[in-house]
Design a protein around this ligand. Sequence first.
Ligand code: HEM
Length: 364
Amino acid sequence: MCASPLCFIDTSTLYSRLACSPSSLFIWALLFLSEPLLQLTTLPLILIEDLRTKLFLCNNAIVIRHVMPKFLWKLQNRMELGQEKTLIEAGATFDRICAKYISAKREEIRSQGFDHDHSNGESEDLLTSHIKLDTSKYELLKPNDDKFLRDTILTFIAAGRDTISTALTWFFGLLLKHPYVEAKIHQEINTNLPKSRSSQERPWSAIDRKAYLNKLVYLHGALCEAMRLYPPVPFQRKSPIKSDVLPSGHKVDANSIIIIPIYVLGRMRSVWGDDTLEFKPERWISETGGLRHEPSFKFLAFNSGPRTCPGKHLAMTSMKAIIVEILQHYDVKLIEGQKIEPKPRLVLQMNHGLRVTLTKKYSS
Ligand code: HEM
């Protein structure tokens, strides 16, 4: 039975809050007890909100650096003008937040003892594990340097936040226009996931939960399909350090700029077939019902080669966990009459966001 719509929301904002909020970090922490290095640090909520706004502004400013002549943005930077002023202010906010957080974390580690034992299953967050790095093994890493720790936090927050929120927004945009895909995902969830447990029962362990999510092959395929059509990182920019010849025979000079259009590659008929523009999760399912492996140099959403996204598995599992939670507890409907189109940015957000109604489901 469904109640009347609970709210109307712009999901792009919601997911970006979620991907940055302690609650999603909590979900991630639950899921990844076995992969402590991939856990994000948990920042206090009020700092997260400030940071979220500043990171959003940076996204625009960084794109402008790609299209504006270098001397011009460098001049703007020196004079603290325009988008560069935004970047400088965002940098200062970020430094302030990180400085507080790093010193609090160092204090916490000091009070618990450097060799605090985690063998009881208690997890260690990313920042803690970086502060405790064994410098005799990792000579280039500098755990005593706050700047190194700040840059590490920035890399993980920037790389994991907008990408996940964008992928989820496009996923729901496509899903809600393809009711048969939605029905198949519901069926897969109902078949594979046990109903919610009573309060007497032992809560799901991270391992149980990860194992359930691994069974959701069709959902996995649908997510890959959404990212094939709308890759959160729509292009990549690379430069060779010395002149070279590409496998295609093209010569490239040292420092020349090569743009790899991932959005375009995901839509090429010669790569994906005549139905390339259709949203077909079946593309990712093998004859035996398992996942069809597509090489990373063909499906480039997470990049390929030595710089492949290290958060790939974390991202896939956390996105599946979020989708299952939403679909199990809410009826999600697209608000009619909205224009859904991409906004060409560093991260491929929707131009006007995605407006949906959420109706809470009640079990009868
Ligand atoms: C849907 C989600 C995600 C997508 C589509 C994605 C995609 C990518 C892509 C395309 C790159 C390569 C960028 C380049 O070299 O130009 C990358 C790098 C990276 N990603 Fe992700 N990512 C996602 C989620 C995450 C998450 C959740 C984390 C960590 C918590 C993460 C951490 C990183 C890091 C640290 C790098 C830099 C790796 C390097 O420079 O070698 N990503 N990601």
